[in-house]
Design a protein around this ligand. Structure first.
Ligand code: ROI
Length: 163
């Protein structure tokens, strides 16, 4: 089993419900256990500002799937929940499931880069992640606490509703 962290995001079609459905779907993946989930957070959109606020969360899975098999499974969940890939860069989306970390692996393949390129400076990733893995150290040796210290808690709001 390897510990994997998944970033969840949505800003269309009942975002909180999208995340709840995705968490349930991930919990049902073969050879995989959902071991922790953060609170849901409302977050200001990164990218074009003329789109709704996002709801974000992070989940921890233990899995025996390979990274690409897990990626396939997550993309299937995105599609099953109605995701349509649009051309607009950084536009709104019904559901994003990103592999943030896969144990301490560093993966650089055309379909998959891990750690996720943009996780290091995104409050809507780092703060939910810290909720479920405060002591985490990234594959390059940087502690999560160091990334948090450099990433202000701005545009982010922890929601009372539980995932
Ligand atoms: N902005 C926020 N706040 N949350 C996201 O999950 C998110 N995802 C994206 C882009 C469009 C970059 N902006 C986001 O893919």
């Amino acid at each position: 089993m390897e510990r994997v962290y998944i970033g969840l995001g949505s800003n269309l079609a009942s975002p909180a419900q999208q995340l709840r459905s995705a968490l349930a779907a991930m919990a049902g993946l073969p050879h995989t256990q959902l071991v922790a989930q953060s609170s849901l957070y409302a977050s200001d959109p990164l990218g074009p500002p003329d789109q709704p606020r996002y709801v974000n969360a992070v989940a921890a899975l233990d899995t025996e799937l390979t990274p690409l098999a897990l990626l396939d499974a997550l993309q299937r969940i995105e599609l099953e929940q109605g995701r349509v890939r649009k051309d607009e860069r950084w536009g709104p989306r019904t559901l994003d499931l990103d592999i943030l970390l896969f144990a301490d692996r560093q993966i650089d393949e055309p379909r998959l880069q891990v750690p996720h390129y943009h996780m290091h400076a995104r409050a809507f990733v780092l703060y939910p992640l810290a909720e479920i893995a405060a002591e985490l150290v990234l594959p390059d040796g940087r502690p999560l606490s160091q990334l948090l210290a450099q990433c202000p808690y701005v545009g982010l709001e922890r929601l009372a509703t539980q995932a």
